[in-house]
Design a protein around this ligand. Sequence first.
Ligand code: ZN
Length: 300
Amino acid sequence: MLRAVFTFKHLALFGISTSVCLACGGADSSVAPPLLGPQIEVRYLSTLTAQQQNAVAAAVDKWTRAVSKNIGDFHLNGPANDCFAGEPQLNETHHNLLLFVSIADIDGAHGQLAFTQICGISSADKLPILSHIRLDQSDLASMEARGILVAIITHELGHALGFNPVTYMPKGLGSGTPSDPYFSGLTARSEFANHGAWYTGVTVPLENASGDGPNDPHWRLNIFGDELMVSSISQGFKSPLSVITLGLFKDLGYEVDFSVADPYEVAPLFGGNRVLPEVSLANDFRTLTPPTVVTPLVSH
Ligand SMILES: [Zn+2]
């Protein structure tokens, strides 16, 4: 397991680089400025083409504009392959979310396109600080050809940032039965009411097709239709990032810029000129091992 470092009384950080000196200052070496860094730092574990890297960059840019929070600085220390096969050994201090992106075979062509794991969370607010997105090598060309790669990575990054049961269940924000699970955060509920007033069920409805109850981290497809965080996607989907999804992130504790949201109204997929789901993103959140809980470093 990734080992968390809990006591840093003598921590001294020099400047804003990754130069870190542990236990090298006296108790009076008082001010240790927090490491500055992006909301999301991407680290590739595979070779991505320029086009694939652009897809990741587009997803990161959108989420970075939409949600933000100074989650803190964390010492990440763990052996290789700790959370997933191919994970490098870690021994570094890092700010906010470190996101690994890898390409490897998942299940051959079709089936699973990608999945996301949460490897580390902050003890302070339980938000992810170390996540991993894996793209299925056998499906990459197809995803690119169909023009859905950016939407799929943006979807997975939503899981990596917090739209997952590891993050919202401990906060008491997921509930309901397997047939009618829901997310109960007040901001998401309020935004849903503004854009889906026709729905009379308990809000906000999570996917009930898997039987996983509130542990299925997707909006309910037959209520939401085409939205970023439903569990299906099609070539014709726009996969809009809705204010409802941003409301969920507000409920998780992020600061949110709702103006980044795409136009969206809650509307099921019913024939007509609407396209039907083509590929599934169901079961794309994996919890092979519980995430390591890491305490943020105290900067003074
Ligand atoms: Zn998903």
